[in-house]
Each structure stands twice: as structure tokens, then as C-alpha cells.
Ligand binder design. Structure first.
Ligand code: PYC
Length: 335
């Protein structure tokens, strides 16, 4: 976003926020393998819709100012993924959840789902066992272990296209696979620069350039859906890992965890390439050195179901305040 459009957006945000921001929103913060999640517990009006996708659309249409106020600076920051809990849409589910970030809404979020489960446990609403969460892209199940680990059984995932080549200005030709893991991913074959935490800024620049080049070339997921996550795979550093990744998320920030939907997409690609068997364990290391363990099963329709295990920790319980006199109460849009 240019500085002029940020300024224009800030003006409209602050106009909107005068009338429409509640005085308080109660949130629980956690991190899953380093990646933060902010679960909204109350203070945010419920979206309308018979499906989670309709509710997500309603959030975008009527409550987008709340997204910015809750996750953007000065109350949040670019890496936070927000999660709004709703009543479930399926009778067997415990809750509905809509994930959002500094820029947009997500179909699913693996680290976020793990954070939601640990938050529900913290609130005393669930015990170890299996629950189901309704998301805009389908229902996922989540098993909370006695050791605090959470295993997500994600939405059906698949490899959409292999060996897709794109010319990236300033980088050169990049080849990768396109896969769905609850969000759309382009997963590179090569490592244009070393996947180390010290290179995070440069990795962000390069992955953003890849995303821009995919958009410019009209390369999409199925049904023309935008590819809004770029994943670079590299050899692991941890001796107990199979692969290390860097994932650029849809809001332009990178995932501190190995990315649950990104790990799911990676598993679908490995399977399509005949490089992993059903039930075989895959240990995905993140840019921060944290780890998810993943594996694949199939459902009754023969679709691939990725399972992703990780751990989240609650870091804060807070009441966000929106002082009417605060010029930044509507949040500062990300640059
Ligand atoms: O864990 O799926 C994930 C995720 C998506 C964006 C950030 N984290």
C-alpha cells in the first residue's frame, strides 16, 4: 500500500471508528510454535449468515473496522492472527471460528486453530479430547492431548498444479507447486536465499516478489482463486526435522510457526509426487526453529486429510479499550 493510500485509509478508519467501535473487547492471546493468535471472547457483535463463509463475508462487509482495531497497531501488530468465535453451524461442532489478520480474512489457519483449542481449555470450556471447529472452508477436528499438544485434522487438501514456472523481477525464474491446505500456497522447489531467521527481511521481499509475479501472470489456484501464501522449502537445521520453511502470509507478514495450512499443502504436494506415504510422519521446521509434526490419512471420499500437531501457550488475557478521544482507536492500517 502506498503512503497516500495508508493516509486515506486511516482517515476513513478513524471516521468509521467514532460511531462503530465498542468501548471494550475481551481477548485471549496465545502463540503456537511462535506464531501469535488473538481470540476474541466478547465485545464484538456476531456476524450473520447460515454458513461460516457467509459470516466471514458479513465480517468483511460490516465489521472490517473491528478487524483492524483488534489486530493492527497500536493494540496489535502485523504477525497476529485474530480469531472470532461464533456459534457452530454444524450440530456436532463446539464452535465456529473466523480467522483474520492485518490485511484480510483467512479460509483456515492451522496455528490459529491450535491456539483456539488451548484458549478454550484455558477458559475451562473444554477438556482433553476431540472437538470440531467450523471454519469458512469446512469443519476441522482438533484433539487436545493431556500434554497440551493439539492435533488438527484439517480440511481435505490437494496439489492443484506441479512444476509451475514464473519469472520474478529481480529474482529470476522460480518453479514451484500450487496446493490447497485450507489456504492457497505456491511452494517453491528451490531456495532462492538461505532460509534462516537472519534473512527474514530478504525472504519477505523475495516471497512478496514471487506473489506479485504470480498475480501479474494470472497464475491462481482452482477456480481462479488467488494464491495468497508463498512457501519456500529448504533443508532442515534441526536434526529431528525433515524440512524447514519460510511462509509469507496473506497480510504480508511471515509465519513464525511452520504454518499449519502450509504444512498441509506441503504434505499434499509430497503425496502427489510420491514422496510420502499415508500415515508417515513429516516434521516441518519453521523459520524460528519450532516444529509441527504432520501426516496424511484419507477420508471416506478418498480425499487427503492432513493432520498437524503442535503446541500453543496462552500469553495474555486482556481487555482492549477504545477511548473515544484516541485518534488511533480504529488501528493503524499496515503499510
Ligand atoms: O498456521 O495455517 C496457519 C497459518 C496461516 C497463516 C498464518 N498461520
Amino acid at each position: 500500500m502506498t503512503s497516500t493510500s495508508v493516509a486515506a485509509e486511516m482517515e476513513s478508519v478513524s471516521e468509521l471508528s467514532v460511531a462503530q467501535l465498542p468501548a471494550k473487547i475481551h481477548v485471549i492471546d496465545s502463540h503456537t510454535e511462535g506464531e501469535p493468535t488473538r481470540v476474541v471472547i466478547d465485545g464484538w457483535p456476531q456476524p450473520q449468515g447460515a454458513t461460516m463463509a457467509e459470516r466471514s463475508d458479513d465480517l468483511r462487509t460490516r465489521f472490517d473496522h473491528l478487524r483492524r482495531a483488534v489486530v493492527c497497531e497500536p493494540r496489535g501488530h502485523d504477525a497476529i492472527v485474530g480469531a472470532l468465535l461464533t456459534p457452530p453451524v454444524n450440530p456436532d461442532s463446539t464452535t465456529g471460528v473466523i480467522f483474520f489478520n492485518n490485511g484480510t480474512y483467512l479460509g483456515m489457519c492451522g496455528h490459529g486453530a491450535i491456539g483456539v483449542v488451548r484458549t478454550l481449555q484455558y477458559l475451562g470450556r473444554i477438556q482433553p479430547g476431540t472437538i470440531r471447529l467450523d471454519t469458512p472452508v469446512g469443519t476441522v477436528s482438533a484433539e487436545l492431548g493431556h500434554d497440551g499438544s493439539v492435533t488438527i485434522a484439517n480440511v481435505p487438501s490437494f496439489c492443484h498444479a506441479r512444476n509451475v514456472s514464473v519469472q520474478v523481477p529481480g529474482v529470476g525464474q522460480v518453479v514451484g507447486d500450487i496446493a490447497w491446505g485450507g489456504n492457497w500456497f505456491f511452494i517453491t522447489h528451490d531456495t532462492p536465499i538461505a532460509v534462516t531467521a537472519a534473512n527474514a527481511k530478504e525472504l519477505t521481499r523475495v516471497t512478496q516478489a514471487i506473489q506479485d509475479a504470480l498475480n501479474a501472470a494470472g497464475i491462481t489456484g482452482a477456480n481462479g482463486e488467488a494464491i495468497d501464501h508463498i512457501e519456500i522449502s529448504a533443508a532442515p537445521i534441526r536434526p529431528d526435522a525433515d524440512c524447514k520453511n519460510f511462509v509469507l502470509c496473506s497480510g504480508g507478514e511471515y509465519d513464525r510457526s511452520p504454518c499449519g495450512t502450509g504444512t498441509s499443502a506441503k504434505l499434499a504436494v509430497l503425496y502427489a509426487r510420491g514422496e510420502i506415504a499415508l500415515d508417515a510422519r513429516w516434521r516441518q521446521e519453521s523459520i524460528t526453529g519450532s516444529l509441527f509434526t504432520g501426516w496424511l490419512t484419507t477420508n471416506e471420499r478418498g480425499e487427503l486429510i492432513p493432520h498437524v500437531r503442535g503446541t500453543a501457550y496462552v500469553t495474555a488475557e486482556a481487555t482492549l479499550l477504545f477511548d473515544e478521544a484516541d485518534p488511533f482507536r480504529g488501528g493503524i492500517p499496515s503499510a
